[in-house]
Structure formats: structure tokens, C-alpha cells
Design a protein around this ligand. Structure first.
Ligand SMILES: Nc1ncnc2c1ncn2[C@@H]1O[C@H](COP(=O)(O)OP(=O)(O)OP(=O)(O)O)[C@@H](O)[C@H]1O
Ligand SMILES: [Mg+2]
Length: 296
């Protein structure tokens, strides 16, 4: 080989290496964020729908996983009509792409609720099938928002425990706070979740959110060895109810409403969160969901 040829070969190798490095740096890893709460009705589903749109506006490709078995209703809030769920994929009636709904502003929704109920009872073959379907899916998304439903039922703990970030929605009511503590405690003790993002909904002033955060810190950090960050607040705002009635995301229908501005801020903070304390990418999430360990 001449020295010219050797040089060309070296250059080509260097270019290929550089390309590989760029590809690796640019390969987005899908982030899984669970939105949960202790008490029901505190505004989780609203948060999921609006944060999904805001994250999408920030350039994220977002998939919502509706995992609220009791009252799955992200589809209603987004004005969508499901034509199947994960259970249908398992029984072979539908392909996963067929049940994904395309919502406003590029947000997609996987109406998993009724299908996922059976995950713990799946056969190995079914689990493998589900995992393959989900693997294919995740390639297209960089953010997965999971609406877990409320409380400390095994389902909620199961989904929130498998996510990388857990957002706990709470209102200033004492009952909501006590229930939030309970859910944090169970996630800490049973699933080793150590970092929580607190979202205080339906406040009339910012100081109310700070007060809720402080109260929770006083008990939770002392007894549980967890980190609780105040992710933000959302104002009590009649525009939220109007948007629900109109079956569209608040941030789209009433972008200048006080609560809508809050969602924009929260999405920005969520986007800038440091990597989670626990290891894991989205494949771990699916692994957790699909293994016996995940269902503990
Ligand atoms: N910031 C807000 N201002 C005013 N009303 C709100 C606000 N957030 C939520 N709501 C009201 O609370 C209702 C319940 O909200 P949402 O369905 O999101 O709660 P949830 O926590 O998902 O409930 P569930 O536990 O039943 O799933 C909404 O329909 C809306 O009317
Ligand atoms: Mg809900």
C-alpha cells in the first residue's frame, strides 16, 4: 500500500469513528416519567395531557402511556377515541401501531390501561411478544409520560416504581398531602425510589406550593431518606375546567390562562432535570414491567 493509500485509509477510518461518536451522542435515550398521586382527583391526567403538549413544543417526541386502570381518561382529555388497547395486541387482534392514537401537536397516546392489567399474569411467550412490540415503539419517542392513577395500589407502585422520574401531584389539602406521603413512602420502601418531583396543583399563590413542599420535606426527608424537589405549582384556574369540557389541552385552547403558563414552566424544568438517581433507560422500564421483579 502506498503512503497516499494508507493516508486515505486512515482518513476514512477517522471519519467513520467521528460519525460513530456523533451517532452515539445523538441517539436519544427515551426518558420515562411517571405522574402519580396519593389522593385521586388532584389533577394528574390534566398534568399529563398538558405537559405532553408542552414537551412536544420543546421538540420532544412524546408518547403518553395511560396506565390508570381505574379511570383511564387521557384520551377523553385529548379528544381522542381509542380503537383498542394493549390487551388486543397480546391477544393478536391488533398490532401496536394500530392502537396508538395521534393527538394534538404531535403527542401520541398508548391507551394501555385495560390491557396492562394482565401484565403480571402473562405467559413468557406473551411477555416476549409484548416486549418486542414495545421495543419497536420506543425507537420513535424520546419521552414517555405515564399516567399511573392514584393511590398505593400495586398497579400504581408497579408503574411509578419502573419509571426513571416520579412526579407526585398534590393539592394544598391536608388529605392530599398525607396521601402523597404514603405513596412516597411505599415507593421508597418497596421500589427504592429516592428522588421525587413535587407538583402542587390548584394553588392560589406560589407561597402555598412552597408551604406544601416544606411540610412534606419535614416528614418525608426526615423519616424516609428521599429527595423531594419542588417541580412547580399550577394555579387553580377555571380555564382548566373549560378545557376539560371542550376536550382539548388547556395549553392549546387557552394558552394565556395562568395555569397554562405554569405548565410551560414545569415542562421546561422537567426537560432540564439531571439524570435520575437510579440507573436505567426505557428498556429497563419495560424490563421492570415485564418481569416478576417489576410486579412486586
Ligand atoms: N389547576 C386546576 N384548576 C382548576 N381545576 C382543576 C385544576 N386541575 C384539575 N382541575 C379539576 O380537577 C378535575 C380532576 O382532574 P384530573 O382528572 O386531571 O385528576 P386526576 O388526578 O387525574 O384524577 P383521578 O385520580 O381520578 O385519575 C379536572 O376535571 C378539573 O376540573
Ligand atoms: Mg386521572
Amino acid at each position: 500500500m502506498s503512503s497516499d493509500q494508507a493516508k486515505t485509509l486512515r482518513d476514512l477510518r477517522q471519519q467513520a469513528d467521528a460519525r460513530r461518536r456523533t451517532d452515539q451522542a445523538e441517539t436519544p435515550s427515551t426518558r420515562v416519567i411517571a405522574i402519580t398521586s396519593g389522593k385521586g382527583g388532584v389533577g394528574k391526567t390534566n398534568c399529563v395531557a398538558n405537559l405532553a403538549v408542552e414537551l412536544s413544543r420543546r421538540g420532544r417526541k412524546v408518547l403518553i402511556l395511560d396506565a390508570d386502570l381505574g379511570l383511564a381518561n387521557v384520551d377523553i382529555l385529548l379528544g381522542l377515541a381509542p380503537n383498542g388497547h394493549l390487551g388486543d395486541v397480546l391477544s393478536g387482534i391488533r398490532e401496536i401501531d394500530e392502537i396508538i392514537l395521534h393527538g394534538p401537536e404531535g403527542v401520541d397516546l398508548l391507551p394501555a390501561a385495560s390491557g396492562i392489567a394482565e401484565v403480571t399474569a402473562l405467559s413468557e411467550a406473551q411477555k416476549a411478544r409484548l416486549k418486542m412490540a414495545l421495543e419497536r415503539l420506543r425507537e420513535g419517542y424520546d419521552t414517555l409520560l405515564v399516567d399511573t392513577g392514584a393511590g398505593i395500589s400495586s398497579n400504581v407502585i408497579y408503574f411509578a416504581g419502573a419509571a426513571q422520574d416520579v412526579v407526585v401531584v398534590v393539592t394544598p389539602e391536608p388529605t392530599a398531602l398525607a396521601d402523597a406521603y404514603a405513596v412516597i413512602k411505599v415507593l421508597r420502601n418497596r421500589r427504592k425510589v429516592r428522588r421525587f418531583q413535587l407538583l402542587v396543583n390548584q394553588v392560589h399563590q406560589v407561597s402555598a406550593a412552597e408551604a406544601v413542599h416544606e411540610r412534606l420535606l419535614r416528614v418525608a426527608e426526615r423519616f424516609l431518606d428521599v429527595e423531594i424537589n419542588l417541580l412547580g405549582h399550577i394555579y387553580a384556574d377555571s380555564a382548566v375546567q373549560r378545557a376539560v369540557m371542550e376536550q382539548g389541552p388547556l395549553v392549546q385552547l387557552y394558552p394565556t390562562a395562568p395555569a397554562a403558563r405554569c405548565f410551560a414552566q414545569i415542562a421546561q424544568r422537567l426537560d432540564m432535570l439531571p439524570p435520575p438517581l437510579r440507573d436505567g433507560a426505557v428498556d429497563r422500564f419495560w424490563d421492570h414491567l415485564l418481569t416478576a421483579e417489576g410486579s412486586s
